[in-house]
Design a protein around this ligand. Structure first.
Ligand code: X2X
Length: 335
């Protein structure tokens, strides 16, 4: 590719000039792997790719983020281990899965805690998110300030719509690898099976699982509508991706590059939140055209089922009163 002078000017004119570094002649670029489990078409990958471009431009090419979508470097469980060991520098991971290492990080996934995004962002950008980020730091990982959106999760199945908790009874339901997810669906009487996302499509295709649950943006981007018929709008939890960095790798970046990387990843997170909100509002029509059958769900019987099963009491005990108070400060009294 030839870069003409015009292109060069067009490409850089939007950047604040103060942010541009020049790489010392001969200095090697620092290449960082940025891993995630989502398909390339998901807004998380589109916005991460944009951030990588801005970071390269603002560091004069010194810092290069290489994006690895679709669990190319391994399952979430494997990639978390690689992040800790330093083989992967950046990784966006659901707080609920991160909870296998940082138990507090699943707290936003308590069933029916959040009603809407109006509660989610003030909590996750405020006290609740701060509490979780401290717990993450205590386990040696660095979380960027802004959590990326996954979304409110809904249940899909190949067999029948879910309208009341009994519809889940005995259902082989794929859940991500996380104690909270297993506990939630056991409380409904389902038979949850823990499967990393990179194996979900074939697991549904072969009926290793008959159902799963995800936000509409994931159901669409991963083409789960090809192997699932019904989508029941339970919105049973809100889930987001912490943008995690290996602390030693991040500390090795030049100080001004650290500032640029953190700023641009947080900017990408905010852009991605906007994209996902728009998709969540529009995708029902597209997925219906692809053959999915949607139903609205009255969530009250589901909350009652959780209460009766002792779900809230159990998780309050597991997180501890201090954490539970921060959660209730954001969403009101639970249980
Ligand atoms: O594994 C999933 O279902 C996904 C893509 O939503 C998460 O990463 C939690």
């Amino acid at each position: 590719m030839t870069i003409t002078r015009r292109r060069l000017l067009a490409g850089t004119s939007a950047l604040p000039l103060v942010a541009i570094r020049t790489r010392p002649a001969g200095a090697a670029a620092i290449v960082c792997k940025f891993a995630n489990n989502l398909p390339p078409a998901h807004p998380l990958n589109l916005r991460a790719t944009e951030a990588a471009g801005r970071i390269a431009a603002a560091t004069g090419g010194e810092v290069q983020l290489r994006i690895f979508p679709s669990s190319q470097l391994g399952s979430d469980t494997d990639t978390l281990a690689q992040l800790r060991a330093g083989g992967v520098e950046f990784f966006t991971l659901s707080g609920l899965i991160l909870a296998t290492l940082v138990p507090a990080a699943s707290i936003n996934g308590i069933g029916f805690a959040f009603n809407s995004y109006d509660q989610v962002w003030p909590a996750m950008d405020g006290a609740l998110g701060g509490f979780i980020r401290e717990a993450i730091a205590a386990r040696g990982l660095l979380a960027m300030t802004k959590i990326w959106d996954n979304g409110f999760r809904h249940i899909t199945t190949s067999s029948h719509p879910v309208s009341v908790p009994d519809d889940l009874h005995g259902m082989k339901l794929r859940v991500p690898v996380s104690p909270l997810w297993t506990s939630l669906f056991q409380a409904f009487g389902a038979a949850p099976v823990s499967i990393n996302f990179n194996e979900v499509y074939p697991a549904l295709q072969t009926h290793l699982a008959d159902g799963e649950e995800n936000p509409l943006a994931v159901i669409d981007a991963a083409r789960l509508y090809e192997v699932q018929k019904y989508c029941s709008l339970t919105g049973h939890m809100w889930d987001g991706f912490w943008c995690l960095a290996n602390r030693r790798a991040f500390a090795r970046l030049p100080a001004d590059a650290q500032t640029i990387v953190a700023r641009e990843l947080d900017r990408a997170a905010l852009d991605e939140r906007g994209d996902v909100a728009a998709l969540n509002a529009s995708l029902r029509g597209k997925l219906t055209q692809s053959g999915m059958v949607f139903n609205e769900v009255d969530t009250a019987p589901f909350r009652d089922a959780l209460r009766r099963a002792g779900f809230y009491a159990e998780w309050r005990r597991r997180y501890g009163d201090a954490a539970w108070t921060v959660l209730e400060g954001a969403v009101g009294t639970l249980s």
